[in-house]
Design a protein around this ligand. Structure first.
Ligand code: 2BA
Length: 119
């Protein structure tokens, strides 16, 4: 099993979640913030069987677009109208995806371990 961690733009999140859950993948959405732009983005966690990782990556890719975002220099943001050179464009997206090995997956409850998968 693999843990697929996808960082996506908020604009793409609903479509991505509909697509991956519609294909039978489990997914968890976490609100996150990009370190460079300090703007909101979304991190999706998915536990995925090894053989399903390529399909998962394809679905993520088809749900996420490349976009140009404007980064305003926070030091001079109030003067942007007069100093347009303080604005810089960056290309963001589609999705930044990490695939990590999972050593074990458990579902636990008061009755104990009710489901487990080893890597
Ligand atoms: P941010 O860190 O806010 O970065 C937004 C966009 O700014 C990036 O888009 C990239 O085009 C640009 N950028 C980022 N760091 C830069 C730098 N040091 N110098 C110049 N330009 C820079 P993406 O590459 O599509 O990344 C989108 C978001 O994915 C990032 O938002 C961050 O939240 C996450 N991310 C990207 N690479 C990562 C990594 N290696 N580890 C963890 N998170 C990452």
């Amino acid at each position: 099993m693999k843990l697929v961690v996808a960082i996506v733009q908020d604009y793409d999140c609903d479509r991505l979640l509909r697509t991956v859950t519609g294909a039978g993948f489990g997914a968890t959405k976490i609100s996150s913030t990009g370190g460079f732009l300090r703007q909101g983005n979304t991190t999706i966690l998915m536990g995925v069987a090894d053989e399903a990782v390529p399909k998962c990556l394809a679905l993520i890719g088809q749900s996420c677009e490349l976009r140009v975002e404007v980064q305003v220099d926070p030091g001079i943001s109030e003067f942007v109208e007069w100093f347009p050179s303080g604005v810089q464009e960056v290309t963001v997206g589609g999705a930044i995806v990490f695939v990590a090995r999972v050593s074990a997956y458990h579902r636990v409850c008061a009755a104990g371990i009710v489901a487990s998968r080893k890597a």
